[in-house]
Write a protein that binds this ligand. Sequence first.
Ligand SMILES: Nc1ncnc2c1ncn2[C@@H]1O[C@H](COP(=O)(O)OP(=O)(O)OP(=O)(O)O)[C@@H](O)[C@H]1O
Length: 285
Amino acid sequence: MKPEDLLQRLSPTHTQKCTVGCLVLDRLLGGGIPCNSITELVAESGCGKTQISLQLLLSAQLPTSLGGLSGSSIYLYSESPFPVRRLHQLSSSFPTLHNPLGKILTHPLHSAHHLFDVLSQLDSLLSSRLDSPSQIKLIVIDSIAALFRFEFENNPRDLKQRSGLFFRISSKLKEQARRFGLAVVVINQVVDVMNDTDGLRIGNSTCWYTSERKVCAALGLSWANCVNTRLFLSRQEERVAREVNGDDCFSTQTRRFIRVAFAPHLPDSYCEFVISREKIFGLER
Ligand SMILES: Nc1ncnc2c1ncn2[C@@H]1O[C@H](COP(=O)(O)OP(=O)(O)OP(=O)(O)O)[C@@H](O)[C@H]1O
């Protein structure tokens, strides 16, 4: 094999992608969420991280001719219970899928160590389903920050252990992603940036703005080095005026944005997106 062939094989530009279920969002992402690597969705609460993940659980089941991965998915969750009703609602936008909820395996997570144990146990399941109609092609972890929040103190010993566990978890995920051709999506939260000196430039920016807060991704620099692609979601409340019986009435409207924070295969770009009852979709600029 020539070096350039190896580069081509490993480059996310050439790897298989999983459609997000919307052409505008796929265009932003160069075709969708790449297989063989880890993609992280970072945002404050209520921005749409879980909604996008749920849509991915469905779009991954689409045939490859429609941008899907023709596969089942695993959803590992640590916070709220698995949102079955919402998934059911979103599935109405995928009428060609037969029993889509039956192709999503779910498992609760109690701690970061538990996540590592669950991932280690997944090897045999992933192997047994390889190249079968029920092969697993997507793993979603919702959310990684919640798992680490309570387990470690802010002292040098705990921080060292925490970084060690980041690398063990991400190495396991990357190994599985490459071996089984999986797309891996990890959800992360944000922390406030208190002053300008707090912000360390990671990717396209030192910090981002959401709901008029200055934030950066939770879990710091060590974890940032564990993911291949980071997508930042934000929201902004806007006052909208409309006339009712000759009077001005004001209401608030939430605008949501998705931005490439860093990715080996994507430029710094963003687009606005909408969460409707039926689906999540991007808006043309
Ligand atoms: N059926 C629906 N129709 C329209 N919008 C919805 C619907 N269900 C949820 N949403 C929107 O999605 C938002 C929640 O998104 P989501 O749960 O993905 O946020 P999140 O970023 O995962 O937050 P958290 O970190 O708290 O889990 C809600 O605030 C709401 O605006």
